[in-house]
Design a binder for this molecule. Structure first.
Ligand code: HEM
Length: 371
């Protein structure tokens, strides 16, 4: 469908069949922000998002001749293109500025520095509030972020913004698996919308939470991972496939079968494990992480070139949704400290967000049961 439903148990943009473009914005609260001003902004964002996701402008254009038009206009005539708007809160939202310390979920403890985190840039990490806009049309996603930023400009300032030009995961069995910038299929072994029981177990916050307002929500990890493309492009195909544990063209496991065949870590080729012990898929697999699974929803990005070296400044804006990032993402990421892929990637930003449940109906707004 062209229009994704806005109201529901969960926010759209998580298990929703992944759209092809992303604009993700992190905001900081202004010093002058108060609980009432934040409430007003979140209510206006909810009203705006309910219109934008139906392909409508956030307000009239010609109503008052001496004021700027309510909608900025660049998405007129484009339609919704399956736009989803997903709003969340960072750990710092719950510090002493708004006095909401007792509303902070225990699971929103900051990720801190992980084993592979030597190059994290704090200026493109963290933030108080986030908005993820996904659409099949990049201009529609940009328009949504621009208009929410405009609506919120007396309460929040933009901290960082990330565009993604192509999906690097699949969240539905109805989609073909896309490819990341290393040229490998990405999203083969992912949680899919057609498996609601798996999503119930691993994605949606349930009764285990210490904060009722998070029930039906999820925790989002965002990691900008620079990929050293020129080095990768000079690595031989055998090594590339050994690093992932899969065949480049077909996406099939090196242990045999088609793309969706079960990985067999006991299979041998010439007496050696067919799937290398330090391969990405082996270290990331649930069997080696106490069963932990995550919903991956990342995007390929480019920032142009790194002018110091003349190399491509491109990679993966990794996003993963889960019930508890400390028990799921962090566990897997720590296992990936041995990943053969690490030689070719550097994480440069890292953030954790609490994504509340879906909005129930007109009049409901983001964080209404929390604020
Ligand atoms: C699987 C690429 C980072 C978790 C895969 C696959 C590829 C891939 C090609 C195999 C296809 C698939 O099953 O989707 C990448 C690249 C990364 C990256 C290029 C960084 C630039 C991460 C990170 C995590 C992660 C940071 C989590 C900490 C997983 C998981 C799987 C997977 C859980 C599925 C493993 C399985 O059950 O078989 N990734 N990945 N990946 N990746 Fe990554």
């Amino acid at each position: 469908a062209e229009v994704e439903p806005f109201y529901g148990e969960h926010q759209a943009g998580i298990i929703t069949r992944q759209q092809n473009s992303l604009v993700f914005a992190a905001f900081d609260l202004k010093d002058s922000a108060t609980v009432p001003s934040v409430q007003t902004m979140l209510a206006r964002w909810a009203a705006a998002a309910s219109l934008l996701t139906q392909g409508k402008p956030v307000g009239p254009v010609e109503s008052r001749p001496m004021t700027p038009p309510a909608d900025t206009g660049e998405a007129f005539d484009l339609g919704a293109h399956r736009l989803t708007v997903t709003v969340g809160f960072g750990p710092t939202f719950f510090d002493d500025r708004l006095g909401l310390q007792d509303k902070r979920p225990a699971a929103l403890q900051p990720l801190g520095q992980l084993a592979t985190d030597t190059t994290i840039d704090p200026t493109i990490s963290g933030g108080d509030v986030c908005v993820q806009a996904c659409s099949e049309d990049p201009q529609v996603a940009f328009h949504a972020i621009r208009n929410l930023a405009r609506i919120g400009r007396n309460v929040v300032t933009l901290r960082w913004l990330q565009e993604g030009f192509g999906r690097a995961s699949a969240t539905s069995t109805s989609q073909v698996t896309p490819r990341n910038l290393f040229g490998f299929k990405d999203g083969t072994a992912n949680i899919k919308a057609e498996e609601p029981a798996v999503a119930g177990e691993w994605v949606w916050v349930g009764d285990e939470t210490d904060q009722d307002w998070m029930k039906g929500g999820s925790y989002l990890v965002t990691r900008k991972i620079r990929m050293h493309i020129e080095a990768w492009d000079s690595d031989d195909i055998t090594d590339q496939e050994r690093i992932f544990g899969r065949v480049k063209e077909s996406g099939a496991p090196l242990s045999g079968g088609d793309e969706f065949a079960t990985l067999d870590f006991t299979a041998k080729t010439d007496g050696q494990p067919a799937i290398h012990p330090f391969s990405h898929v082996r270290l990331a697999h649930p069997d080696n992480n106490g069963g932990a699974q995550i919903l991956r929803r990342g995007y390929n990005y480019t920032d142009g070139i790194d002018t110091r070296t003349g190399t491509l400044a491109a990679g993966l804006f990794f996003m993963a949704y889960q019930k508890n990032a400390h028990e799921q993402f962090v566990r897997i990421q720590n296992n990936l400290a041995q990943d053969a892929m690490n030689e070719y990637v550097s994480p440069i930003s890292s953030s954790l967000w609490a994504i509340g449940p879906g909005l129930s109906k007109i009049g409901d707004w983001y964080g209404k049961t929390m604020l």
